[in-house]
Ligand binder design. Structure first.
Ligand SMILES: CCCCC/C=C/C(=O)SCCNC(=O)CCNC(=O)[C@H](O)C(C)(C)COP(=O)(O)OP(=O)(O)OC[C@H]1O[C@@H](n2cnc3c(N)ncnc32)[C@H](O)[C@@H]1OP(=O)(O)O
Ligand SMILES: NC(=O)C1=CN([C@@H]2O[C@H](COP(=O)(O)OP(=O)(O)OC[C@H]3O[C@@H](n4cnc5c(N)ncnc54)[C@H](OP(=O)(O)O)[C@@H]3O)[C@@H](O)[C@H]2O)C=CC1
Length: 298
């Protein structure tokens, strides 16, 4: 079935686009949308069955699609895939660094290797993809890159590793924008909040349940869709975004602006400078143990 994009048919007819993690979830959706707009889309990932199945459904829709198997943590595999793309399809005009992931754990329980694994996947993997695309094609011919990160501006509780990695990508995006603009490369990032789809189902059911229960904390009152992420990516890759360079688009329904706290009771000691405070019972409660001291001072 043809993808129902809001963009003009044929918009990407001259493009060859590589979407990492394109076999599932958000990447699959982006691959469908770009291909529906005329691009030749190459989807990449580690598991060949997922790539083959998505490629088949895209072919059934009449799209131009190819696959390449790679682990974005392995530079040799990345180079091999890019060589294949350039030799078979003649160019690489768009790169979507979508592959990534993490596990949920309190920061204190992340082992050194657990930390390294997530940094290698998200930060180093994205960096190596950008670096290799530059050397394989874009440094000489230009191109457009979108990095999928995660809404990490205020950190992500229980995902300290990925929050740090994604913040690194957002900063990398700024540096590469400045260094690579003279080469005709435009690079931006997109930071989704919680998106309903295959990604969330990979977590233990308790994590999924907590996420589902907390949907009301989002000012939009719901989570996002893969198609909503995809249309923003497609816009950033399109000629209409020609003057957008080096930014990160936050796409989380406003969650980042909501201050709803994970913490119900404060255990952080209070500093008062020795002065009494004019307040009432209602606000004293918010200071937890300090309530007693506060009362005696008032
Ligand atoms: C703004 C909010 C956004 C939040 C919502 C985000 C949603 C998404 O991103 S959707 C997700 C996309 N998909 C995924 O995240 C995939 C799920 N994750 C994984 O597949 C894996 O966790 C991995 C890719 C991140 C790592 O896999 P792998 O390379 O196979 O690593 P190992 O299993 O060998 O483990 C390495 C290292 O990490 C420790 N570890 C793994 N899982 C956990 C865990 N649940 N808790 C604690 N530690 C874990 C593991 O023990 C190893 O460390 P050592 O034991 O010290 O060797
Ligand atoms: N869903 C959500 O709520 C959010 C998702 N994100 C991010 O969006 C991106 C897509 O997630 P989503 O579609 O939801 O989840 P999925 O788990 O469906 O997608 C992750 C994709 O990345 C690929 N991948 C993982 N590791 C590697 C690797 N080492 N090398 C190559 N490919 C790899 C996987 O394929 P394979 O296993 O075959 O390699 C898979 O296709 C991820 O970076 C995710 O962290 C960010 C914020 C929120």
């Amino acid at each position: 079935m043809a993808y129902k994009s809001i963009f003009k048919p044929g918009l990407f007819k001259d493009d060859v686009a590589l979407v990492t993690g394109g076999g599932t979830g958000i990447g699959r959706c982006i691959a469908h949308e770009l291909a529906s707009l005329g691009a030749t889309v190459i989807i990449a990932g580690r598991k060949i069955e997922k790539l083959q199945s998505t490629a088949q459904e895209m072919r059934n829709a009449g799209y131009k699609v190819d696959i390449t198997q790679l682990d974005i943590r392995n530079l040799d595999e990345i180079k091999k895939s890019l060589n294949y793309i350039i030799s078979k399809h003649g160019k690489l005009t768009c790169l979507v660094n979508n592959a990534g992931g993490q596990f949920a754990a309190p920061a204190s329980e992340i082992s050194p290797n657990g930390w390294k694994t997530v940094i290698d996947l998200n930060l180093n993997g994205t960096w190596m993809m950008c670096w290799a695309a530059y050397h394989a094609w874009m440094g000489e011919h230009g191109g457009r890159i979108v990095n999928i990160t995660a809404a990490a501006r205020n950190g992500i509780p229980f995902m300290a590793h990925t929050a740090a990695a994604r913040a690194g990508i957002m900063n990398l995006t700024k540096t590469l924008c400045v260094e690579w603009a003279p080469h005709g490369i435009r690079i931006n990032s997109l930071a989704p909040g919680t998106i309903v789809g295959s990604g969330m189902t990979r977590y233990p059911i308790s994590v999924q349940q907590t996420a589902a229960d907390n949907h009301w904390m989002n000012p939009s009152g719901r989570y996002g869709t893969e198609a909503e992420v995809s249309s923003a990516v497609v816009y950033l890759l399109s000629p209409g975004a020609a003057y957008i360079n080096g930014i990160t688009v936050r796409m989380d329904g406003g969650r980042d602006l909501s201050k709803t706290s994970f913490q119900r009771e404060s255990k952080i000691p209070i500093y008062d400078g020795g002065l009494s405070v004019e307040t009432n019972e209602l606000f004293m409660k918010l200071w937890g143990d300090y309530k007693q001291i506060g009362k005696s001072k008032l």
